[in-house]
Design a protein around this ligand. Structure first.
Ligand code: FDP
Length: 335
């Protein structure tokens, strides 16, 4: 395996990944490179948000009298435009669109992409980090336009997944199944450089992330696990709560520092809130590739067979030992 040094460009890394797959055609490389371009465009727009008065409702006009869009609409269009004509995708699904999204005729490729163009978007107008999440599968077979079936594959079949976080800096974190790498955008030259080689998530940590406002609506098992985190845990605890309310930001922090992120089922939302295809699956693959764990409490996230594009799932992800402990609580209390 090639030794990665901080400072290599993301396109170099993507090409190195391709070399790990003898016989690769370069299609995935092309797709990922187009995603990188989309990330740069969205990053520029997010950074200009306050200045350009782009916040607010679609259809508003900015100070130049131009029609402006909400950032999540902008991000969605940007990714769709890059992907529909990159020549490597046969069908897409987005958090923003009800149905599958076709690609341009004549540009159909061998991959599918599911994405959340701007996750955490309720935080945009308060300068909290938001992010683009993506999940890529190889199509089931055939040629031409893809179908929903091509998208409804298990997370374990992902060939690549990642996110781009727009924060104090813009960082792209991705995996093609050979570890997790983070690249930071240098806006002065418009290039992502390797800043986080071979990320591993600490097996244990003292952080947990969950929206405790819903505690009265959780199942007993979740409540008992979170209560446990507030106890001493044999001298390890009490744990500290860190919840931003933006999945990419919360997960990114836990990936680097360790911790568990929980978005559980509640009595009114028995499937939780987060979406399997373009939130939980890609984050779960990153977690596992970094040595962590992801479950819905009963089943490994990556083993769930999706049945619909926007299906939701409870989500427990992060440091291996912490997620295992959560699972143990859920099993005991659910029996
Ligand atoms: P948002 O609604 O702001 O887009 O899935 C969407 C998401 O944010 C996640 O990013 C975040 O973790 C979660 O919802 C926050 O939900 P709560 O406000 O219910 O805690």
């Amino acid at each position: 395996m090639l030794v990665k040094r901080k400072g290599i460009t993301i396109s170099r890394q993507i090409m190195d990944d391709q070399m790990l797959h003898p016989g690769a055609t370069g299609e995935l490389t092309g797709l990922l490179n187009d995603l990188v371009v989309a990330g740069k465009i969205i990053s520029a727009e997010v950074n200009m948000a306050g200045l350009a008065d782009i916040l607010g409702q679609s259809g508003r006009t900015n100070i130049q009298g131009e029609n402006v869009q909400k950032l999540d609409v902008f991000a969605n269009q940007t990714i769709k435009r890059r992907m529909e004509q990159c020549g490597h995708v046969c069908v897409m699904t987005s958090e923003e669109d009800d149905d599958i999204i076709p690609v341009l005729d004549g540009y159909e490729g061998n991959y599918t992409i599911a994405f959340d163009p701007l996750d955490g978007s309720t935080n945009i107008d308060v300068n909290v980090s938001v992010g683009t999440i993506f999940s890529i599968h190889r199509r089931l077979g055939g040629t031409g336009q893809g179908s929903a079936a091509d998208l409804l594959q298990r997370g374990s079949k992902q060939v690549a997944a990642g996110y781009i976080i727009y924060g104090s800096s813009t960082v792209m974190v991705y995996t093609t199944g050979h570890g997790v790498y983070g690249f930071t955008l240098d806006p002065s030259v418009g290039e992502f450089f390797l800043s986080h080689p071979n990320i591993t998530i600490p097996e244990h940590s003292l952080y947990y992330s969950v929206n405790e406002a819903y505690a009265n609506h959780w199942f007993d098992s979740t409540r008992r696990y979170v209560d446990f985190l507030k106890q001493a845990d044999g001298g390890k605890g009490p744990y500290s709560l860190r919840y931003i309310g933006s999945l990419v930001s919360d997960f990114h922090r836990n990936l680097i520092k360790g911790g568990i992120f929980i978005y559980p089922e509640t009595d009114s939302a028995p499937k939780g809130k987060l979406r399997l295809l373009y939130e939980c699956n890609p984050i779960a693959l990153l977690a596992e590739q970094a040595g962590g764990k992801a479950t819905n409490g009963k089943t490994r996230i990556l083993d769930i067979k999706p049945t619909s594009l926007h299906q939701r799932t409870p989500f427990y992800v992060g440091s291996k030992n912490m997620v295992a402990k959560a699972e143990a609580f859920l099993k005991i209390c659910n029996t």
